[in-house]
Design a binder for this molecule. Structure first.
Ligand code: GLU
Length: 268
């Protein structure tokens, strides 16, 4: 049923990831929600204004999005925070997946994306197939994220081969964050490509003019806000997301954080 959110204080779990949630630069020490800025921070602000609730932003302690340990049946990351009732909402670049949907609920999507490849400009690599048929250039993905899971679970032979190659690579090609993946590509002199979500690639290639998206998207999916199962807040939040979408507000936020803020629009 619908719930009255007025004057409630919700705990929002999130993760540092450009440009969704970033630490604000400041000469004076900041505290509470004021420490953070970004697309997800603006999104939760808009939703809270519309429904009249207060919120407290908390970074997920283990720095993970959320993956299921199939041996123990336990989740980590933001999904775990929801399941253990330490948070009411997870708002981030959190991908809606079948596996996660079994454990938590997702709202209506607020952004669409697909897996693609971040690499250096001006190389003969033009697609995932090009990467798959060679071994000199290493490639990897964020550890424990939905991109790694996409390759792990794919029934498509090219992607299965890419997964075996990634798993067997030493040193590991998996990264602890998207930022680490970007840095490996930027410093790798062409020796490393990073499998990353198209929206994040777009943010990077607006700012690092040596880097580019190689090929198209390997799948299509969306980000949504996650809640514990049967959260009374989900229906109300769905309505606000649809309204923000229809008003063009989500588009304005995307332009603000991708093109305008923090050195966007610098590569042409
Ligand atoms: N959005 C992904 C997730 O929710 C994290 C980034 C990635 O896996 O590329 O797991």
């Amino acid at each position: 049923g619908s719930a009255n959110l007025k004057n409630k204080t919700l705990v929002v779990t999130t993760i540092l990831s450009n440009p969704y949630c970033m630490r604000k630069e400041s000469a004076i020490p900041l505290s509470g929600n004021d420490q953070f800025e970004g697309y997800a921070v603006d999104l939760i602000h808009e939703i809270s204004k519309s429904l009249g609730f207060n919120y407290k932003i908390q970074l997920v302690p283990d720095g993970s999005y959320g993956s299921l340990n199939k041996l123990t049946g336990e989740w980590n990351g933001m999904i775990r925070e929801l399941l253990e009732q330490r948070a009411d909402l997870a708002i981030a670049d959190l991908t809606i997946t079948f596996e996660r949907e079994q454990a938590v609920d997702f709202t209506t999507p607020f952004m669409n994306l697909g897996v693609s490849i971040l690499y250096r400009k001006g190389t003969p690599i033009e697609s995932a197939e090009d990467l798959a048929k060679q071994t000199r250039i290493k490639y990897g993905a964020l550890k424990g994220g939905s991109t790694a899971a996409f390759f792990r679970d794919s029934k498509i032979s090219t992607y299965q081969r890419m997964w075996s190659f990634m798993e067997s690579a030493r040193p590991s090609v998996f990264t602890a964050s998207n930022g680490e993946g970007v840095e490996r590509v930027a410093k790798g002199k062409g020796s490393y490509a990073f499998l990353m979500e198209s929206t994040s690639i777009e943010y990077v290639t607006e700012r690092n003019c040596e880097l580019t998206q190689v090929g198209g998207m390997l799948d299509t999916k969306s980000y949504g806000i996650a809640t514990p199962p049967n959260s009374p807040y989900r229906t109300a939040i769905n309505s606000v997301i649809l309204k923000l979408q229809e008003e063009g507000k989500l588009h304005i936020l995307k332009t603000k954080w991708w093109k305008e803020k923090r050195g966007g629009g610098k590569c042409r």
